[in-house]
Design a binder for this molecule. Sequence first.
Ligand SMILES: CC(C)(COP(=O)(O)OP(=O)(O)OC[C@H]1O[C@@H](n2cnc3c(N)ncnc32)[C@H](O)[C@@H]1OP(=O)(O)O)[C@@H](O)C(=O)NCCC(=O)NCCS
Length: 152
Amino acid sequence: MMVDQYLRTTAMTLADLDAVVAAEAVLHASPWTRGQFADSLASGHDALLAYDSSNAWVGYGVVMIAVDEADLLNISVLPAFQRQGVGAAFLQHLMARAKARQATRMLLEVRATNQAALTLYSSQGFIEIGRRRGYYSAHEQREDAIVMARDL
Ligand SMILES: CC(C)(COP(=O)(O)OP(=O)(O)OC[C@H]1O[C@@H](n2cnc3c(N)ncnc32)[C@H](O)[C@@H]1OP(=O)(O)O)[C@@H](O)C(=O)NCCC(=O)NCCS
């Protein structure tokens, strides 16, 4: 679906955190706390809200850029807007911004069971470069993280 050109982003601010934290609780098995988002903002990470062409809020994401390497810390599409190409368009947007800030590679970690995210990342050119055994805890169980990367 060709939504790239319609996706608009704005910088996430502290005023957005009520909405972001509420969405995060619905979307993630181990949701970030308000403090983690606030730390990201204070650290100057590229934290964005995404909107579609009718100005509906569709998602949010956080990228940390350290010299030439970008870490995708969070990408989330609100339930009503999933499976419409928003995740792919938003990820492309985040990669372009990281590249513009001189990053040459993007890295990410994803739960081994997060099929939606794994498929999205593979379709966007990310390849598995490693695994962290038992990195996540979910429902008392440890779960592997798959580390993926792609050049920008
Ligand atoms: C992962 C996520 C961001 C994908 O967003 P999205 O807008 O639905 O993604 P897209 O519509 O761009 O999908 C791109 C491709 O990813 C794959 N995909 C997306 N959701 C999927 C699902 N539920 N099951 C299987 N594949 C899926 C598909 O290949 C899809 O292409 P297709 O619809 O043409 O088959 C979204 O599911 C999400 O926010 N999940 C919860 C938060 C999360 O896990 N974030 C990632 C870890 S931080």
